[in-house]
Design a protein around this ligand. Structure first.
Ligand code: 13P
Length: 279
């Protein structure tokens, strides 16, 4: 069953309280359970994210049913979101499968094309009454150069939001996906300017590796959805490798739990950061 509260309403609610929601990518049953254990223990809402690749890996029905059933089983307040949707077709399939939220990422196109593609999804999603997130600016994806910059321009953000009617906007203010070589610096001044011109929830992608104090600063200045993926994959695989190096156990139900618990500890630490923002 879907959450009674729509994600677009929840994001506005947490923002009005000066808080944010953590959005975590899951890849299989084990990473999902790690996220659920953390959210359950912290009594915290959470957004479960699936990329096109994760959907391809698990199958759409399995992926969405896993997420939905786990939320119920762990009694966690949550939403299922398509992360970095890259086509109308994929977004449409996710809407039909019952997602609460879809992202359309047309940020690599020219502004006018980004507007056009995003507006298409907003119109389509209107019938489903779900949250739509878009992206404006250059936030390096895995394998893309982090030297290239293309921060979101406040004026453009205003134009983009007005032209598309999108519910939430991922902005480029210095974060990027994957591991950072140096500690990332966020352009908080730019964030403030965007927040003053745009009244929809703002999203921070690439939160893996960003120090807690910086995340809290971003939340204080208008970010209300924080995305994390790389650190989840990393801790899961490192812990699993370690386990496998030290055992000949073939009962996978005994080998996976330490990796699940490591994901839970990671997500708990992020929820602690996010839940304890003070003004
Ligand atoms: P990281 O992989 O850098 O944590 O970014 C996650 C993200 O933004 C998913 O959209």
């Amino acid at each position: 069953m879907k959450n009674e509260i729509k994600l677009q309403d929840k994001l506005l609610e947490v923002r009005s309280e000066g808080r944010a929601i953590l959005a975590v990518n899951f890849y299989n049953l084990e990473t999902l359970f790690g996220i659920m254990l953390a959210a359950q223990e912290m009594k915290s809402p959470v957004i479960l994210q699936l990329t096109g690749k994760s959907i391809e890996y698990m199958g759409l029905q399995t992926a969405v049913s896993l997420g939905r059933t786990a939320l119920k089983q762990f009694n966690v307040d949550g939403w299922i979101h398509l992360d970095h949707g890259d086509s109308v077709e994929l977004a449409h399939k996710c809407l039909d499968a019952g997602f609460d939220s879809v992202m359309i990422d047309a940020s690599e196109n020219a502004l006018s094309e980004n507007v056009k593609i995003t507006k298409n999804i907003v119109d389509l999603a209107g019938m489903y009454e779900v949250n739509v997130e878009a992206e404006l600016g250059y936030i390096a994806k895995l394998g893309q150069s982090k030297n290239h910059t293309g921060f979101t321009e406040p004026e453009e953000a205003k134009f983009f939001v007005e032209s598309t009617g999108v519910n939430a906007l991922a902005i480029a203010i210095g974060s990027s996906h994957g591991f950072y070589k140096e500690e990332p610096k966020l352009d908080i001044e730019r964030l403030e300017k965007i927040r003053n011109m745009v009244d929809i929830p703002l999203v921070l992608h690439g939160a893996s590796g960003i120090p807690g104090v910086t995340l809290q600063k971003a939340i204080r200045n208008g970010i209300c959805k924080i995305n994390i993926a790389t650190e989840v994959k990393n801790i899961f695989m490192q812990t699993l490798k370690n386990e496998l190096n030290n055992t000949n156990e073939i009962d996978l139900r005994k080998v996976f739990p330490p990796a699940i618990n490591a994901v839970a500890e990671l997500v708990k630490s992020k929820l602690e950061i996010i839940n304890f923002v003070t003004n």
